[in-house]
Ligand binder design. Structure first.
Ligand code: SAH
Ligand code: SF4
Ligand code: F3S
Length: 480
């Protein structure tokens, strides 16, 4: 469907009508039984999926479901990820369990959505081996959830039984961006805000462009309005989300840069911290570095995926930067923001990776001195160019390199954590510590965690904390 303001608005109106219709049905049932139907969402994968789950949760609450923290719910949804093979396997494992729950709970609805559902092989396997699943939808039409539930309920009623009436609705791609549907935020004080959907980069190992479609930027005014309303509701921190935030606005008319968007967000009263994820090194402009350097609100943390330090491999990965480009970028960023924390993603065992290639990766890791890194064993994704490349690496070789890399990263992150020991830092207080209810947990600007004694009434505010001791991944602190 071609995107116009008009079709987006019409679609939103249609969905709101269906939400209201279902709400009436659910209310009537509640009046009869006195019991509200429950829902549970299990979210796999990245921040895009977490944000989608908030939107799904908003729709379900509006219909009249209440959230429960167990999978034994009237509506159970798995929001899936497929970036690596093990992400898929986890979902199949959970589905087996869900099937058992459904046997004991008549009328239970099981739904699947997210990136894995954009792959026809996964959907075929589910149809065959997990026929008790009720609804499958993809990444492009989560706004249709109420309509899909309605279809499933109507089918079920017609057929008289809740089996083999699977509703499947998966779109290849879309131009639609449907705004203004219900929304349920996990925290009132910090929020993820989508700015661009999809990815055009086609890194040769990566399945994301195939399952999330082409890049689509949201209108700047919609983004600003959303952040203003979040700030009015008490948000202190926003995280701007996209597979590659640096591509923001290239598809808008008139074009606008990500750096300009950041400057607009900076002006919003009440917002004290701005983060963004993820930046592709090839598109990180000097304009953005300058804005980061002069900003009062952009956090001193940048996640800048390296993937490999070998220029030869980077080329085969289709990353479009060299080892030298990456190091030069880091030095320009450090010049503008001297105390910045840099974190990264690295893949080990990409097809054809030699010991020399791997040493180049270690060299960049040491030279940059990352504060932390997510390290991944290369996983073959069917349909991507790398999956059919010759020289796939033996798992034992990849694993050995992976362990060496992990050792280096752990040393670096322990060293990085020491940097702030015995200093006072601004901390956004997020929650009561899950292991010790006398402690609160908060985050530094560089995204590290700190646990400290305090009263839960300060949750959601930014306070100053003295960092007594670094424990590697987190600090123990004292309120000042
Ligand atoms: N858009 C983001 C990343 C999304 S996927 C970006 O470009 O940075 C998150 C990470 O998963 C990637 O950075 C990459 O390191 C890893 N990844 C993606 N595909 C992978 C694969 N096939 N095998 C192993 N790791 C992979
Ligand atoms: Fe995947 Fe590359 Fe796009 Fe990131 S930029 S989502 S790694 S294709
Ligand atoms: Fe996974 Fe999809 Fe994110 S594949 S990493 S949930 S974009």
């Amino acid at each position: 469907m071609k995107r116009t303001e008009n079709t987006n608005e019409l679609e939103a109106k249609k969905q709101l009508d269906i939400i209201n219709e279902l709400k009436e049905r659910f209310d009537t049932e509640f009046k009869k039984t006195g019991i509200r139907k429950t829902y549970h969402i299990e979210t796999f994968g990245c921040q895009m999926n977490s944000r989608d789950s908030e939107k799904i949760s908003g729709i379900l609450k509006q219909i009249g479901f209440v959230e429960t923290d167990t999978e034994d719910a009237d509506f159970l949804l798995y929001n899936t990820c497929t970036v690596r093979e093990n992400a898929n396997n986890r979902v199949y494992g959970r589905l087996g369990y869900a099937g058992k729950l459904k046997k004991k709970r008549p009328g239970m609805l099981i739904a699947l959505c997210g990136c894995m559902m954009q792959e026809s092989t996964a959907v075929e396997r589910i149809k065959k081996s997990y026929p008790f699943v009720d609804i499958i939808f993809g990444t492009h039409n989560i706004f249709k959830l109420a309509e899909l539930i309605k279809t499933r309920l109507d089918n079920g009623e017609k057929g008289g039984k809740h089996i083999n009436n699977m509703v499947i609705d998966i779109w290849k791609d879309t131009d639609l961006i449907v705004e203004d549907l219900p929304n349920d935020r996990k925290f009132p004080f910090k929020a993820g805000v989508n700015i661009i959907f999809g990815c055009n980069n086609f890194c040769s190992y990566c399945i994301v462009p195939y399952v999330r479609g082409r890049e689509r930027s949201r209108n700047i005014q919609d983004i600003i309005d959303e952040i203003k309303s979040l700030a009015d509701d008490g948000a202190k921190e926003v995280m701007l989300l996209g597979q590659n935030v640096n591509s923001y606005g290239k598809d808008l008319n008139p074009k606008i840069s990500f750096a300009k968007l950041l400057q607009e967000v900076e002006k919003i009263d009440g917002i004290e911290r701005i983060r963004f994820m993820t930046s592709h090194p090839k598109d990180l402009s000097q304009e953005l570095i300058d804005v980061m350097g002069s900003s009062q609100k952009i956090c001193n943390h940048l996640h800048l995926p390296l993937q490999s330090g070998s220029t030869r491999l980077l080329k085969i990965m289709n990353r479009k930067y060299s080892k030298e480009d990456y190091l030069d970028l880091v030095s320009r960023i450090r010049k503008a923001v001297p105390d910045i924390s840099l974190t990264t993603d690295i893949i080990v065992g990409f097809p054809g990776e030699t010991e020399d290639d791997f040493m180049e990766t270690l060299d960049v890791v040491q030279k940059v001195g990352f504060d932390n890194a997510f390290t991944f064993l290369y996983s073959k994704r069917t349909g991507t160019p790398a999956a059919t490349m010759e020289n796939q690496i033996e798992e034992s070789v990849a694993k050995e390199r992976f362990d060496r890399l992990l050792g280096v990263i752990q040393e670096l992150s322990a060293k990085a954590a020491k940097r702030y020991e015995h200093t006072v830092q601004d901390v956004l207080v997020e929650e009561v510590n899950s292991h010790d209810e006398n402690l609160l947990t908060g985050r530094l600007g560089n995204n590290m965690l700190v646990h400290f004694p305090g009263d839960p009434s300060i949750i959601g505010s930014i306070v100053q904390v003295y960092l007594n001791e670094s424990k590697g991944f987190y600090y123990i602190g004292t309120l000042v």
